[in-house]
Design a protein around this ligand. Structure first.
Ligand SMILES: [Zn+2]
Length: 512
């Protein structure tokens, strides 16, 4: 058996990703703008390497499928902890693992001699955790106090590492409404468009400059409900859209795609759970609408590569995704939501590369003024993946349900304070666009980790390592010596490691 350590190691990708969606409506000739080089290059699809990984955890379960098992499997996979599964216990089998997680209440494997086998293994240094209340039979009752169970009705040993991760990005946009908003007019004496041009965007630009944000805006051509060709330009807001497109790129941002119009790419028969959208009659019609959007974008951004896509209202069908990837060859980054919402069948993703070659970079949080729940979600994601993926709607300032009554200055200041707090807590985070976040997701998703203990030294072997990899170490004591990685303390007994080579060596001089 491997020596036991109170260390939890998992992979994290410190990416601070703020995505701003803008409704960019334009036609006319192109702006002389070139996108800036990416900070993190995309990996080719063929740059795969073998995945390695030992078995650290044994899941002891009776049923082969359950919601708890799904959660545990997903979490262990996210933590790059290899695991095996069994419905029986033997000393020989246990010797291959560090930790046993009991995933069923009633488990024949723990009746009788099974409980003694588990006890002996724990006494030799093994870790056991009950993820649900065990039904206590006479044998387990006898050995329970030795296992540390003080009350047979409660979980007695906590597995310190089961976490849930959230992720982020959303739609933005809309041709800005003409006319006046009562609140904005009383506060600023300006029309809606005048407010955005004279206050909202200058403030957002200043924030980006001061904190280093990289906005990703997503393009919408029109808000009509045209579902059959020809898909023609029908907006007259060209000058404003050209202005924002230019400003966005000059601020170091990126422009992705949102839609020819704001109708999600879902075919007839698709049932929206909570929205009233029109559906498309065929993949061909969807493809022509996507082509129209790209043509429109190229008309004023001839050099831009539209690599990222945010689905309108977060809805995207399998057919719609297929159409997108087929119609826009340079497009590979798709940003749905990380957290599902009750009663909403929107696109929910994990941070990963998909079988169709796309890269999922979900958005986790949203809004200018982050309430306690949003803050909790963001903190959870930062601690699990090291990602802050956030989206903002410019028209939040027009929507009472999204905080408009607070007033723009308060919304702006709340947002600024939240960002500064996150940056202070995680100084290793780097701001990036959706495309750069996708490159980080590739490195994260392909990485394999094997761990090797030798006395007080932990050696990590990284497979599919390209140029950098981020890992998070949570331990009772911080290592006294680290080779092959840069260290970034994050507080709370955790450390981010930026691996710079495929072997990382951690040493605790005084032991751990
Ligand atoms: Zn939208």
């Amino acid at each position: 058996m491997k020596q036991q350590r109170h260390a939890i190691l998992y992979i994290t990708t410190p990416v601070l990703c703020l995505v701003l969606g803008f409704a960019l409506i334009i036609s006319q000739s192109g702006l002389p703008l070139d996108p800036r080089p990416l900070r993190l290059e995309a990996l080719s699809a063929s740059a795969q390497a073998e995945q390695t990984g030992g078995f650290d955890v044994l899941l002891l379960r009776q049923e082969e499928e359950s919601p708890l098992l799904t959660t545990v499997r997903d979490t262990l996979a996210e933590m790059r902890l290899g695991y095996g599964e069994s419905d029986s216990l033997s000393a020989d089998a246990l010797s291959r693992y560090d930790t046993v997680l009991v995933c069923d209440s009633a488990l024949p494997a723990l009746e009788g001699e099974g409980a003694v086998t588990l006890l002996n293994w724990v006494n030799q240094g093994g870790h056991a955790g009950f993820l649900c209340v065990p039904s206590v039979d006479s044998y387990l009752r006898i050995v329970s106090h030795k296992l540390g169970i003080m009350d047979g009705g409660r979980e007695y040993r906590e597995y310190n590492g089961l976490r849930v991760m959230p992720g982020v990005l959303d739609d933005f946009p809309a041709p800005q409404p003409e006319g006046f908003d009562e609140l904005l007019q009383s506060q600023y004496g300006l029309s809606i468009q005048g407010f955005f041009r004279n206050h909202w965007w200058p403030d957002m630009k200043a924030l980006s400059r001061r904190l280093g944000l990289r906005y990703t805006g997503v393009l919408v051509e029109t808000y009509n409900k045209q579902m059959t060709p020809p898909f023609l330009p029908d907006t007259e807001d060209h000058a404003l859209i050209r202005y924002y497109a230019s400003e966005l790129l000059q601020s170091g941002g990126e422009i992705g795609l949102h839609g020819y119009n704001h109708q999600p790419l879902c075919l007839d028969g698709w049932q929206y759970a909570d929205e009233d959208y029109v559906t498309w009659a065929s993949e061909e019609n969807m493809a022509q609408a996507v082509e129209a959007l790209v043509r429109y974008g190229r008309s004023f951004l001839p050099q831009a590569a539209f690599t990222s896509y945010v689905p309108p209202s977060n809805y995207l069908s399998v057919e719609g995704q297929r159409v997108l990837l087929r119609t826009v060859p340079e497009l590979s980054v798709i940003s749905g939501l990380y957290l599902p919402e009750d009663g909403v069948n929107a696109l929910v993703q994990e941070f990963r590369e998909e079988a169709d070659g796309s890269i999922s970079v979900p958005r986790v949080t949203s809004g200018f003024s982050m309430d306690d729940y949003v803050t909790l979600v963001a903190a959870g994601e930062l601690s699990l993946h090291g990602v802050f993926s956030h989206f903002i709607h410019p028209d939040d300032v027009l929507d009472v349900e999204r905080g408009a009554l607070l007033g723009w200055e308060r919304m702006r200041d709340d947002f600024t304070a939240s960002l500064e707090e996150i940056m202070a807590a995680y100084p290793a985070l780097r701001w990036c666009t959706a495309s750069e976040a996708a490159s980080a997701v590739q490195r994260y998703d392909r990485l394999g980790v094997t761990r090797q203990w030798n006395e007080n030294t932990l050696t990590l072997h990284l497979s599919s390592f390209f140029d950098e990899a981020w890992l998070c170490l949570c331990a009772d004591a911080m290592p006294s010596h680290v080779e092959g990685a840069e260290c970034y303390p994050t507080g709370g007994g955790c450390l981010w490691l930026r691996a710079t080579q495929d072997t990382v060596r951690l040493e605790w001089e005084g032991g751990i």
